[in-house]
Design a binder for this molecule. Structure first.
Ligand SMILES: Nc1ncnc2c1ncn2[C@@H]1O[C@H](COP(=O)(O)OP(=O)(O)OP(=O)(O)O)[C@@H](O)[C@H]1O
Ligand SMILES: [Mg+2]
Length: 483
């Protein structure tokens, strides 16, 4: 069943579901309204007949005192058979016919005298016995001569409040007028239901079709994008509904993917360029050697030193690239609870070695634990200290430390070196970006150090920022969330 249902298009399924639900609700409302009208008319007629019959029955069964009190007229000589005929006549009219039954269900009298008066239905023993048992409100519907007929049974009591029942008066009337009213009411309901169904169904179909048409457009655009045209966008700015929101989210997603592709392309181009520079230098040195410089030991030594520097640079570049790619997978990060005091006590020794003849000072913060990968934290700090060393004169100061801020721990490395130009600051965390001060002492890097720092800090759910003043120094600080 579900398989067949799923074979239909979404538009067909939604339309079917919509029309089905609309039909169901119209049917429920229609049937409920029809039933209420029928109920009202049926019981109104029954109550009306009972009200008419009551004084007639009281007249024939009981007498009234001078004060207007109803007195039982049941004397020893009273017999229902005697008054049955006039009672039946009085209860009968042009539309109504009455019969009087005794305790055994025998017909004592029939009120029908004229041919235009309706035929009485033959007594139904089930309802008759209920009335004989004292039930006052026995009404039912039957068919006489193909006409729907309402039958009501009135128990005839010895006194108005007595439990003794002498017989039953059966009054019946045709329900044809009510049926006609109900028929007209039913027709009206069907007409209204048909118009509502057609208008509602048509409108629903148009709405569903227009919503799905836009989805179809998006499918086509997706196909274009999957073929490589990332410049495509969905233009549904005039829709402020869910479709418009979906289109907006879709456009944002495609823009983001396009930006990622573009930055990847730039990254690969930059990486190739950075790799080519030392390789070209190596090629040049090797060509000079091959051309016969090996006979000159001083030239060989100079060339070898140059080649060694280029190879070192190549290895560092490859390590940085590998470091960046490793950070893409969270399985390469092993976070553990780290006591920052102990960590910095170990780290400061290595930092001093790296800093050569700069002064390295550790400003300890409060005792605190952070959840971090100790190796990665060391790499972040090495990169920052390496940069500080590169941009600080001999004898300069490098200060590192940590402090607590709300919910985070802030770790910083600052120096009193040459500083970063204000126009460089927004870009220094981009891969391969190198500031104006980058070409220091011939020890040229690739511009990957800070982008690695940023990626490593973000892998720890933290963030990094730089503050610098030209000629005064630089502070790079990063915040990690506290556990
Ligand atoms: N402490 C600092 N003082 C002054 N300038 C800095 C400092 N740290 C970074 N910079 C500037 O930011 C730029 C980017 O730094 P980053 O570490 O990413 O690259 P790099 O040091 O040039 O190369 P790599 O780190 O790949 O060897 C540098 O080129 C430099 O201009
Ligand atoms: Mg660097």
């Amino acid at each position: 069943m579900l398989k067949i249902w799923n074979k239909f298009s979404l538009r067909a399924r939604l339309s079917l579901l919509y029309v089905g639900l609309l039909t169901l609700s119209i049917c429920v409302v229609g049937i409920h309204s029809y039933w209420n009208v029928w109920h009202l008319l049926f019981y109104n007629t029954a109550n009306h007949l009972r009200a008419q019959a009551k004084p007639v029955i009281e007249h024939w069964l009981y007498s009234k005192s001078d004060q207007g009190k109803v007195l039982p007229s049941v004397s020893e000589s009273f017999s229902l058979a005697k008054i049955a005929k006039p009672l039946a006549y009085d209860l009968t009219s042009r539309n109504t016919v009455a019969i009087i039954l005794d305790k055994n269900g025998k017909i004592l009298a029939t009120g029908k005298r004229l041919p235009e008066e309706p035929l009485p239905p033959s007594p139904n023993s089930y309802y008759y016995s209920r009335a004989l048992a004292g039930e006052n409100e026995v009404n039912y519907q039957t068919v006489v001569n193909n006409e729907p007929t309402l039958v009501l049974l009135i128990p005839l009591r010895a006194t108005p409040v007595s439990r003794k029942i002498l017989g039953v008066a059966q009054i019946s009337t045709s329900l044809s007028p009510i049926s006609q009213i109900l028929f007209k009411h039913g027709m009206m309901l069907i007409l209204v239901a048909a118009i509502t169904l057609m208008a509602g169904g048509g409108l629903g179909f148009i709405l569903i079709s227009s919503a799905l048409k836009n989805l179809r457009k998006m499918v086509n655009i997706c196909q274009d994008i999957s073929k490589g045209d990332l410049s495509q966008r969905v233009n549904f700015s005039y829709y402020h509904d869910e479709i418009g929101m979906l289109a907006g989210a879709f456009n944002n997603m495609v823009a983001r993917i396009e930006a990622i592709f573009e930055s990847q392309r730039r990254f690969v181009a930059n990486a190739a360029h950075e790799l080519r520079t030392p390789l070209t230098a190596l090629q040049g040195s090797l060509e000079v050697l091959l051309r016969g410089s090996q006979d000159d030991p001083s030239a060989v030594a100079k060339l070898s030193r140059g080649m060694y520097q280029e190879v070192t640079r190549l290895i560092r570049l490859c390590e940085q690239l590998l470091g960046l790619s490793r950070l893409d997978s969270s399985s390469n990060i092993q976070k553990k609870l780290l006591n920052l005091n102990e960590f910095f006590d170990d780290f400061i020794q290595q930092a001093k070695l790296l800093a050569l003849d700069r002064n390295v000072v550790l400003k300890k913060g409060p005792f605190v634990y952070v959840k971090a990968d100790a190796n990665i934290l060391s790499q972040i700090l090495f990169n920052l200290i390496y940069n500080a060393v590169q941009h600080t004169e001999e004898g300069g100061n490098i200060i590192l430390g940590w402090r607590l801020v709300p919910d985070e721990v802030e770790i910083w490395v600052s120096d009193d070196g040459e500083g970063i130009a204000p126009e460089d600051i927004p870009h220094i965390f981009e891969p391969f970006y190198q500031g104006k001060s980058s070409d220091r002492k011939g020890n040229k890097g690739a511009g990957l150090g800070l982008s690695l720092v940023k990626a490593m800090v973000e892998a720890h759910s933290g963030y990094v920022e730089a503050k610098s003043q030209l000629g005064k120094g630089t502070t790079i600080k990063f915040n990690l969330p506290l556990t």
